[in-house]
Design a protein around this ligand. Structure first.
Ligand code: FDA
Length: 342
């Protein structure tokens, strides 16, 4: 034990120095800088190889991830359903560069619909196109998603395409429209990010199409050429877009929106708008991530709103976890303090 301690301290040195450096840089340059570094780390292979092997990282990630298997995810879903919350299941994985990996992800996702049906839980499924091979070949991702939608349709279930980095938005909307409008799949929805300048134009089109849309702020590091650099502008755009998607015209067209945010100001703005316009709670839903703002989730359920929880599972938790750290630096201190306690 006493011999282990100096060895452990020595092997922890890079993390200790990293923590000191981070503290200094945050003090010097602020949180935005830290957020960009963390988002970079979320897709850096060297960082994934280093951090994902730390038992403490896995332990802290457990706050945001339901477990490694579909059974873990189903049991979390059952608990959340009992608490009045709906679920969207996410089999973790993204940016795959090998078609065998994309096909394996597709197969795992295909198997979910029967499990959801057999257990009788209230859940749909979210996927990422780069998990299905978008970065290898657009046709591969399209074909994988087509198979997923066909299986989901058999069980009367739905699939949401998560939105990733801005370079993938055109391809994502193209695939969405090919499947929905040309091939007639009405069980597919997309995500709009309020930090992108282009989103207002995309929303106008989606309103005309009566789409099924999740609205979020956006979780990636985007340059000022494509995204609002300031949080206040992203927030103002979020409110503008949610109002556009809740208009009578949008709802008549069949639009249904998921307001994905933990921000009480956004939630209050939505509640105020729906009250002023007598919009029933069935016309939309709030969405939050598993493990985040649980008391707020519960409060909304008690007030009679529909709340859906995004429940990720699987072994590829690293990038998802680091994006959650980026969204709230306090999570990073939680991670570091657990590291020293373990
Ligand atoms: P904001 O970041 O302003 O946070 C508001 C408050 O919420 C914080 O002050 C804090 O209290 C709490 N909070 C937020 N994040 C937290 C965290 N990680 N840990 C602890 N507390 C936190 N993004 C994307 O680009 N593509 C997508 O497809 C999706 N999909 C998606 C689905 C669902 C259901 C949700 C809720 C979110 C996404 N996102 C996403 C992520 C989204 O873009 C955004 O990064 C996060 O939701 C954080 O933004 P907020 O709206 O919560 O506001």
């Amino acid at each position: 034990m006493s011999q282990n301690k100096p060895r452990r301290l020595w092997s922890s040195l890079p993390i200790i120095l990293g923590a000191i450096l981070l503290t200094f840089l945050i003090y010097q340059y602020g949180e935005k800088w830290l957020r960009n570094i963390l988002i970079y780390l979320s897709h850096a292979t060297w960082a994934r190889d280093l951090i994902s092997t730390l038992p403490v990282a896995k332990q802290v990630a457990g706050r945001f991830v339901a477990g490694e298997t579909a059974e873990d995810a189903m049991s979390t879903t059952q608990t959340l359903n009992q608490q009045g919350r709906l679920v969207t299941l996410d089999y973790l994985g993204e940016s795959v560069s090998d078609s065998a990996e994309a096909i394996a992800s597709k197969d795992e996702i295909l198997s979910l619909f029967k499990k959801i049906h057999d257990t009788g839980v209230q859940a749909n499924v979210s996927i990422k196109l780069t998990q299905l091979g978008l970065k290898i070949n657009k046709e591969l991702a399209l074909d994988n998603l087509r198979q997923i939608l066909t299986e989901a349709r058999k069980y009367n279930n739905k699939v949401r395409i998560d939105m990733e980095e801005s370079q993938t938005v055109d391809a994502t909307l193209d695939i969405y429209r090919t499947l929905r409008d040309q091939e007639g799949f009405n069980n597919v929805g997309v995500v709009i990010q309020s930090y992108l300048y282009r989103s207002e134009k995309d929303v106008c089109q989606l309103v005309n199409e009566g789409a099924w849309v999740r609205l979020c702020k956006g979780a990636y590091a985007e340059p000022p050429e494509v995204a609002f650099p300031n949080k206040a502008d992203t927030d103002a755009n979020y409110i503008k877009l949610l109002q556009m998607m809740l208009t009578e015209e949008a709802r008549k067209n069949g639009m249904y929106i998921g307001l994905a945010t933990h921000d009480e100001n956004m939630i209050q703005a939505a509640i105020q708008y729906v009250r002023e316009h007598n919009i029933p709670p069935e016309a939309f839903e709030f969405q939050m991530l598993y493990g985040i703002r649980r008391e707020l989730q519960e409060k909304l359920v008690q007030e009679g709103y529909q709340v859906r929880i995004y429940v990720p599972y699987g072994t590829a938790w690293y990038p998802y976890f680091v994006r959650r750290l980026a969204e709230r630096p306090a999570n990073l201190w939680f991670f570091i303090s657990n590291f020293f306690r373990s």
